[in-house]
Write a protein that binds this ligand. Structure first.
Ligand SMILES: NC(=O)c1ccc[n+]([C@@H]2O[C@H](COP(=O)([O-])OP(=O)(O)OC[C@H]3O[C@@H](n4cnc5c(N)ncnc54)[C@H](OP(=O)(O)O)[C@@H]3O)[C@@H](O)[C@H]2O)c1
Length: 324
């Protein structure tokens, strides 16, 4: 099956990616038990439907091993991350981490390495990035990206002459912080955004429309628990129900689902190259519904009437500050 036009986009000059990436945090525990054989079989179904691009990380349980077992090198795009604990960022430390991901993913060269850093007061993130850029020159990494960096630090990195192609950030109809500073900076500097939390762990769907506020025990995954905290910071469950109702009305006008509208809305935002949608491999899938995103066109201003919550930039800070 091929995806409708608009399903793919050029990435960093020499890759073509699916604009909906399959997110693999969901295989790392806390989202239901993953059976490796079933997971690899499920990956084949995504691949066959045209969803060939994967988002993973060194710390997402077996994710890198699953990508290695799945194979199809050259046909898939596998974007991993390195999330190091604080410490010295020597060439040896950085290279050992990259070599480990290359071994696990059974590839000579990582398509994209997305770097995370916990503490900006520790400027050794610049050391790490310089070594990563050298490893790109050495052919072990094709492209260098970031995750959860704020706009201020993006500017610092650019000022050091380190070429970055992407930043992965939380972006949804609830968390619209990237629209404030991040997107404009990225557009100006040729950096694209890959977004997560766009479906709030599945809370942005018909399944939660009209339901009473869930307690922690009602939330099936750590992803839903994470985004429930975001809903609380944004304006709470009653306001969220009004958002769901507004999205349902829009979805009905298009014969679509709430999730489709929620993904389309973020795909249409400036600087966004792709939306990452978490995949509970072998447990649940939404391949056909999400393929429909590429046939959906929202009218200009169609979502303007949706309820708006608190300014999360004020409440939390810029992109990624919730991790610091
Ligand atoms: N860089 C970071 O710090 C960071 C942080 C979080 C996530 N991520 C990345 O982003 C990915 C996305 O994960 P997320 O936790 O943010 O979750 P998400 O993508 O907001 O939500 C994923 C869940 O949405 C549900 N879903 C998907 N399509 C649907 C549809 N068409 N209709 C109804 N429900 C649908 C599924 O629920 P069911 O499985 O229950 O059906 C799925 O498990 C992760 O896997 C990871 O790769 C990165």
């Amino acid at each position: 099956m091929t995806l409708a036009e608009g399903g793919r986009i050029g990435f960093a000059g020499d890759l073509s990616i699916c604009r909906i990436l399959n997110g693999m945090w969901q295989v790392s525990g806390g989202h239901g038990r993953i059976d490796p054989a079933r997971a690899v079989a499920a990956m084949a179904a995504y691949h066959a439907a045209g969803f060939t691009t994967w988002d993973l990380a060194d710390h997402y349980g077996p994710a890198e091993d699953l990508v290695g077992a799945f194979g199809h090198r050259g046909e898939i795009q596998a974007f991993t991350k390195w999330v190091p604990p604080p410490g010295p960022m020597t060439r040896a430390v950085v290279e050992a981490a990259i070599d480990r991901s290359r071994r696990r993913m059974r590839t000579d060269r990582l398509d994209l390495l997305q770097f995370h850093w916990w503490d900006y007061a520790d400027a050794r993130y610049l050391d790490a990035l310089k070594h990563l850029a050298d490893l790109r020159e050495a052919g072990k990494i094709r492209h260098l990206g970031l995750t959860n960096f704020d706009t201020e630090r993006l500017a610092v990195i650019a000022a050091h002459g380190i070429r970055i192609v992407s930043n992965q950030v939380q972006y949804s109809l609830v968390d619209q912080r990237p629209a404030q500073r991040m997107a404009a900076f990225c557009a100006e500097h040729g950096i694209v955004l890959l977004t997560y939390g766009t479906l709030l762990g599945g809370l942005l769907s018909e399944a939660w429309l009209g339901r009473p506020e869930p307690g922690r025990a009602d939330l099936a995954t750590v992803s839903q628990q994470k985004y429930m905290r975001m809903i609380d910071a944004w304006g709470g469950w009653d306001l969220f129900q009004r958002l769901l109702a507004g999205l349902k009305a829009t979805a009905d006008r298009h014969g679509a689902s709430i999730a489709r509208v929620a993904i389309r809305a973020i795909l249409d935002r400036p600087a966004v190259a792709g939306v990452i949608v978490g995949a509970r491999l072998g447990i649940a899938e939404h391949i056909a519904d999400n393929a429909g995103v590429f046939g959906l066109a929202l009218d200009a201003g169609e979502l303007d009437g949706l309820p708006r919550g608190r300014d999360l930039m004020q409440a939390i800070g810029d992109c990624g500050d919730e991790y610091r």
